[in-house]
Design a protein around this ligand. Structure first.
Ligand SMILES: NC(=O)c1ccc[n+]([C@@H]2O[C@H](COP(=O)([O-])OP(=O)(O)OC[C@H]3O[C@@H](n4cnc5c(N)ncnc54)[C@H](OP(=O)(O)O)[C@@H]3O)[C@@H](O)[C@H]2O)c1
Length: 293
């Protein structure tokens, strides 16, 4: 007798993103580019958004050819409500709905020395240091926290439409937070880590309120460990991909930074698993095990 359910377990069934419409902020480099490739190579139509058109155009030229999906660039600064509204209008004019929104754009802010031998020395590093300012905290927060809130709120109608149009499917928001929002160490950047903890909590708040209102949009977050990007490597190459030395991450149980495939697996899982909602999934090679949460 042959199984009547085996087909439910095929990779093409479980992780199917063919024909889905996605929007990824910061899709021009690092983790956003990994997410873009993961979806577009497997047949999704992916709009990538960033402030620098050259980066986005390079991604389309280099990674958007001969794939079953599509990559389409749109320039916007998503820390402005006016720009977010324009972005919604732009997508509305081209698409009936939005299936996957990945709020990935983020910035890191300045770093401070935290090690000190006395209270006076600690105050010197954390308060007197010229780069330690309210502005630095607020800039980091603006990009990493309220941006997720306004992007998600603005795209809710298009996301809900995707769920209504496709029986058995729920549209999804994936916020790229960080293990920095979970570790007990400041990692020399208090503002960034506090912003990522806020992003994780905001994910839960949004998922809960959206569900309370009977809307069918799942909201989760992926908390990456260390992955090569413009943020961690300082630059990217001609193909917009970045590289970091493996040797610097010997203490991580995986003994290496994250790879394209590690992020691809996480993105495809969060994008397709219809039963995942309100969660944060850490993909960190065991970083949290080592660093302590
Ligand atoms: N790489 C890691 O190890 C790591 C670990 C944990 C979490 N994360 C998180 O992953 C996300 C992606 O960062 P990444 O590491 O991949 O760094 P990245 O290469 O610097 O990517 C960030 C992207 O966001 C875009 N962006 C920044 N501000 C924007 C704005 N206001 N409007 C539109 N786009 C904006 C940037 O492009 P433009 O400058 O051209 O706008 C850039 O392409 C961030 O949220 C980061 O906190 C990264």
């Amino acid at each position: 007798m042959s199984s009547s359910t085996n087909n439910n377990f095929l990779l093409d069934e479980v992780f199917n993103v063919k024909g889905k419409v996605a929007l990824i902020t910061g899709g021009g480099s690092g983790i956003g580019l990994m997410a873009t490739q993961a979806l577009a190579v497997n047949g999704a139509k992916v709009y990538i958004v960033g402030r620098t058109s050259e980066k986005l155009d390079t991604v389309v030229k280099t990674h958007g050819q001969n794939i079953s999906g599509e990559i389409i660039p749109i320039t916007a600064d998503i820390t402005s409500k006016i720009e977010i509204s324009k972005l919604v209008k732009e997508i509305e004019s081209r698409e009936r709905c939005l299936c996957i929104l990945i709020n990935n754009a983020g910035i890191s802010g300045s770093t401070l020395q935290t090690e000190a031998k006395s209270a006076e020395e600690m105050k010197k590093h954390l308060f007197d240091d010229e780069s330690s300012t309210f502005e630095d905290w607020c800039n980091t927060y603006r990009t990493n926290v309220p941006q997720l809130f306004f992007m998600t709120a603005a795209f809710l109608p298009l996301l809900q439409k995707a769920s209504e149009d496709q029986h058995g499917y729920s549209a999804t928001v994936i916020n790229i937070s960080s293990i920095s929002g979970i570790v007990q160490s400041s990692q020399h950047h208090f503002g960034y880590n506090a912003s990522k903890a806020a992003a994780i909590h905001l994910t839960k708040l949004l998922a809960s309120e959206v569900a309370n209102n009977g809307l069918k949009v799942r909201i989760n977050s992926i908390a990456p460990g260390v992955f090569p990007s413009e943020m961690t490597a300082g630059r990217s190459g001609e193909d917009q991909k970045s590289h970091i030395e493996k040797e610097k991450y010997e203490k991580v149980p995986a003994r290496r930074p994250g790879k394209d495939q590690d992020m691809a697996g996480a993105v495809l899982f969060a994008a397709t698993n219809q039963y995942l909602n309100g969660q944060t999934v850490s993909v960190d090679g065991g970083y949290l095990l080592h660093a302590g949460a």
